[in-house]
Design a protein. Structure first.
Length: 449
């Protein structure tokens, strides 16, 4: 038999529930997609059981139940039994998803998934109530407003976490290493998502932070690169994809393409021909001829993993940080009658070398765990060795004046880049790698001259 599917939107859903901008959208117009007939009557036998149960519930349940509620509930159960990312969306839920792809919504600003049966934070969205409250990737949400999240679907969790601006929601968080739950009270707010931020770390070294992949990410990235490159010769760039939960597939491809002149970026593979796609890089009008370091961590999911994998496999960037989230499946959003839709996992995606990162993630070229800063060691070496100038009565060096002291940088007077570098050991390591590369390149050139 044939199943008509029109207006199908192919989404990469980087986590099954979206409280941040998520969902990769490719608009496709497939022909009728064939659904194979079963060789036996197994499906129809099971449908007979279903109809019997439906009849029993309608007739014998203690209270009257509308058939629509029963059918919707049955569909929800069927899809949720497949994997954490397949789901049934009621009309209002489908509308919410469409709103989210525009990059603005009201909520607390986290992206969640079901991990080992527990409602888990993939990552907070930078600048949102959840981010400011200190919620982190891999935090377990065990209660929402005192209600246990055990056996709760992602859609149910979203409905509890969402709400009008200014209203509050309390989440009970468990984090590895804690001996008890922590209640975090959050005030819901409008979450406008600016996906790209940039600055100069030092002369010749730029920094670009991509918080997620939405419809304007490519344009924002090009503007950011234009500003950075306009400040003079660029010796290296750090691209920060940490805690980036993903976003639009076409934007992940476009960001990868910006730094590649040729080669495969990503490909998908599934049972249907329409789920088999390949995306290639094209020559760029503006060439970015400098080394790149990409920062990743456990909150880097799906679209950010596509970018990291593409630039890693094409030998275009050094990946630094910790293992990424490992979201490597493709979901297709199929609209149904009366405004509802289903989200169905239809394919896996693969990096250019053929790696599936599903449940594995991207392994950094250089593993650098994040070390939270403390008052004593922000931006400093852990050990301090006594030097000649520290010895009392040492001979003065050329230009040294014992009466002059090193200028003290008062807190609050540092540049934004200096503050960031002091607090972030992974970023400092990325900058060091870029500097080392340029030093080595100069040594090699001198050796060949």
């Amino acid at each position: 038999m044939k199943l008509q599917r029109t207006n199908i939107f192919l989404y990469f859903l980087f986590g099954a529930a979206i409280l941040g901008l998520m969902a990769a959208v490719i608009y496709i117009n497939p022909a009728n997609l064939a659904v194979a007939d079963d060789d036996d009557n197994t499906t129809y036998q099971q449908l007979k059981i279903f109809s019997q149960v439906l009849d029993l519930v309608e007739r014998d349940y203690v209270e009257p139940v509308k058939p629509k509620r029963l059918i919707f509930g049955a569909i929800q159960g069927m899809l949720s039994s497949l994997d954490p990312h397949s789901a049934f969306m009621k009309p209002e839920e489908f509308k919410e998803l469409q709103v989210e792809t525009k990059g603005k919504f009201t909520g607390i600003g986290i992206e969640i998934t079901i991990k080992e049966g527990v409602l888990t934070v993939v990552s907070p969205i930078e600048g949102t109530p959840a981010f400011k409250a200190g919620i982190r990737a891999n935090d377990k949400i065990l209660k929402i407003n005192g209600k246990s999240t055990k056996n709760m679907t992602l859609i149910q969790a979203v409905k509890l976490l969402r709400g009008p601006k200014g209203t509050t929601v309390t989440v009970s968080i468990y984090r590895s290493g804690w001996n008890k739950l922590k209640d975090v009270k959050l005030v819901r707010d409008v979450i406008p998502i600016k996906s790209v931020r940039s600055m100069m770390l030092e002369d010749g070294y730029g920094y670009v932070r991509i918080t997620n992949f939405q419809s304007k990410t490519e344009k924002e990235l090009k503007k950011a690169l234009g500003r950075i490159e306009g400040k003079g010769k660029l010796n290296g760039l750090v691209i920060d994809l940490r805690n980036n939960p993903g976003g639009l597939l076409d934007q992940a491809v476009a960001v990868s393409d910006e730094f590649l002149e040729s080669g495969l970026i990503v490909y998908t593979d599934g049972r249907l021909e329409d789920s088999k796609m390949k995306f290639y890089a094209k020559p760029n009008r503006v060439h970015h001829n400098y080394p790149i370091v990409i920062l990743v961590n456990g909150g880097s999911a799906s679209a950010s993993e596509i970018v990291a994998g593409a630039l890693q496999d094409n030998k275009r960037a050094v990946i630094v940080g910790t293992q990424t989230f490992g979201k490597g499946s493709v979901q297709t959003i199929i609209p149904l009658e009366e405004g509802a839709a289903i989200r169905l996992t239809t394919a896996r995606y693969y990096t250019p070398s053929g790696r599936s990162i599903q449940a594995k993630g991207i392994t950094p070229d250089i593993v650098v765990p994040f070390v939270p800063p403390s008052e004593d060691n922000e931006g400093k070496d852990v050990f301090h060795f006594i030097k000649e100038k520290d010895l009392a009565g040492h001979l003065k060096g050329d230009g040294e004046d014992s009466r002059k002291k090193k200028p003290i940088i008062k807190k609050g007077t540092e540049t934004k880049a200096q503050e960031l570098l002091k607090k972030d050991n992974q970023l400092r390591e990325g900058l060091r790698i870029l500097k080392a590369f340029n030093i080595y390149k100069e040594l090699k050139l001198k050796g060949n001259s």
